[in-house]
Design a protein around this ligand. Structure first.
Ligand SMILES: *Cc1c(COP(=O)(O)O)cnc(C)c1O
Length: 391
């Protein structure tokens, strides 16, 4: 499945062309992969499935085009597109867990992932232990003989903590467990966990990969054929596939990933520096700032710091609410990774589903604000924040 032709080419070349090679023989020579809506494919004989396609859940040419493009930009052998990031996570967990298996998870994860771990998996007898995965030795200490999966997210959400992917892969492999990395925040443009030793990478493609806040999608990638076969079995059997139309939208978005990520990062870094110097801001969390406690690790395993940052305002909930109300350009909304900047307060949005005591223990207070830097003009964004902070 690996496209040796694209292996030699740069990121944007792969993002634009892979999966959409022009087929001069079998059609009008589409430059853009067409949107195939058909749910079924007619056969001429009993045995033959045309192009390997049989029924829409099992395979669809638009989804195949996207999966090839995703694999090419990730340097992965296999990619699978799902109907949402959480559908991708659930499918991949169910692909590999057997009765009573144990999971070690980073204690600083996306709220929706934590909800699966805390509310859904225990119903089936799966146990989850939480560890501070910024310290590989704590992951090692949490591992048990029945540990099947180690699950990390780096940078984490909302504190942009980093996990050493290479070190944790070693710890997981020594115990015979699989390492899964949720790479949503950086996208394959800034970090490729498979290249660093992870077995599986998982995405909410709703975010940077599609990039325009208009489609819900997820993806799972791996280099291992045996793992890929299990993931495909699960995907086809349980059915959380990405629809053709949504595949088409993600295909379109993915082509500009490099351009967007560069600009997201440029804006995030300038905003982070501006906020760090502002008297109404107590602290800024952004891996691209020299003040980030794991700045050196970031330099080692990431090729950029991404577009996400969070910060603590000096003030209470009322001040935070007033600050938000004074922003003209940046809407107060959850989610991230779109061309437009978005701002939110994790305690009320992204982490509202996390139990209050767990939230406070992890430091998610009412004055913690998370910003997804869009691709707008940098000065316009900083002016918007400046006005809102100063008033
Ligand atoms: C949004 C998000 C998810 C969940 O993805 P959906 O597409 O919303 O289902 C998982 N992980 C991270 C880091 C996310 O930001």
């Amino acid at each position: 499945m690996k496209e040796s032709f694209f292996d030699e080419l740069g990121f944007s070349t792969r993002a634009v062309h892979a999966g959409e090679e022009i087929d001069y023989e079998n059609g009008p020579g589409d430059v853009v992969a067409p949107l195939h809506l058909t749910t079924t494919y007619a056969r001429k004989t009993l045995d033959e499935t045309p192009g390997g396609y049989d029924y829409i859940r099992s395979g669809n040419p638009t989804r195949t085009a996207l999966e090839k493009k995703l694999a090419a930009v990730e340097n992965a052998g296999y990619a699978f597109a799902f109907s949402s990031g959480l559908a991708a996570e659930t499918s991949l967990l169910l692909s590999f867990l057997k009765e009573k298996d144990h999971i070690v998870a980073f204690d600083d994860l996306y709220g929706g992932t934590l909800r699966i771990f805390r509310k859904i998996l225990p119903q089936y007898g799966f146990e989850v232990s939480y560890a501070d995965a910024t310290k590989p030795e704590e992951v090692a200490a949490a591992i048990r003989p029945d540990t099947r999966i180690v699950w990390i997210e780096t940078p984490s959400n909302p504190f942009m903590r980093l996990c050493d992917i290479r070190a944790i892969a070693e710890v997981a492999h020594k115990a015979g467990a699989l390492l899964v990395a949720d790479n949503t925040f950086l996208s394959p443009y800034f970090q490729r966990p498979l290249d660093l030793g992870a077995d599986i990478v998982s995405y909410s493609a709703t975010k940077y990969i599609s990039g325009h806040s208009d489609v819900l999608a997820g993806a799972v990638l791996t280099n291992d054929k045996t793992l890929a076969e299990r993931i495909y079995l699960q995907q086809n059997a349980t059915g959380a596939v990405l629809s053709p139309f949504d595949s088409y939208l993600v295909l379109r978005g993915l082509k500009t990933l490099e351009l967007r990520m560069e600009r997201h990062q440029q804006n995030a870094l300038q905003i982070a520096r501006f906020l760090e110097a502002h008297p109404r801001v107590e602290r800024v969390f952004y891996p691209g700032l020299e003040s980030h406690p794991q700045y050196a690790l970031g330099k080692k395993q990431m090729t950029g710091s991404g577009g996400m940052l969070s910060f603590l305002l000096r003030g209470d909930k009322n001040y935070v609410e007033e600050f938000m109300g004074r922003l003209h350009l940046i809407p107060m909304a959850v989610s991230l990774g779109g061309v437009e900047s978005l701002i939110e307060v994790p305690a009320y949005f992204s982490h509202a589903s996390v139990a209050p005591e767990v939230r406070l223990r992890s430091g998610i207070t009412d004055n913690l604000v998370r910003l997804s830097a869009g691709i707008e003009n940098t000065a316009d964004l900083i002016n918007d924040l400046k006005t809102a902070l100063n008033n």
